[in-house]
Design a protein around this ligand. Sequence first.
Ligand code: PAF
Length: 271
Amino acid sequence: MRQHLDACRQKGQRIGLVPTMGALHAGHASLVRRSVAENDVTVVSVFLNPTQFNDKSDLERYPRTLEADCALLEQCGAQVVFAPSVEEVYPEPDMRVFSYPPTDSVMEGAFRPGHFNGVCQVVSKLFMFAEPDRAYFGEKDFQQIAVIRRMVEDLELPVEIVPCPVIREESGLAMSSRNTLLTPEERVLAANIYRILHESTMLHQSVGATHDYVVQAIDAIDGLQVQYYNIVDGKTLADVSSWDEADDIVGCITVFCGHTPIRLIDHIRYK
Ligand code: PAF
């Protein structure tokens, strides 16, 4: 891949990278299509990164669908699929530590210790392997983009981070590889998450009351349980207590759905 991309760079071609963990869906396809439109060469990495899973059972049940992924990537016009083995990416255990508090220590960082360290380990390696001009990430993982931006600033990497909007199913459920683990009944339940988040934007109440509305309405549905709901400054990810505290305010939620249970994340922009 390096040789191929070096030759592309020598011809003056711009390289777009779409990092993924596979089990691709329409959300990933939208990132790939955007990269194809904006760059000469699009590389998609398909790598289920073990270092970002603090819960090994989550890693074991993560869907693996490489053949179908390649077919979708070809349809979307990606030129290169990079699907390395764990040994290729980590010939030795990665001992590097990335720490960008509070961005990586709140919300997902607090509930999944080590998760963002693993994300930074793999994304920094992918950036070193592919040396992309641009890298595309879905806004569904809102906090992940903030952490990656901090890492890019910190390491002074010459890559433009391109955030892309969440793609939703017709029901409003944010597309996620984990949705395939939901039963049809759980999918119906899960659609309530975005419905309630969206309703909360129309309440026009205080931050505290809006927070409580979302948590109570979701917890009242049998089969859903909120792990956290934080209403934060969209840039620093610090909690806000009033609507005039920041220009960009986002509610970030994680909900357990069903019996397994499957952990789903989503967010809504208030301003
Ligand atoms: O968002 C994901 O799928 C992963 O966290 C990423 C960015 C591909 C790193 O493994």
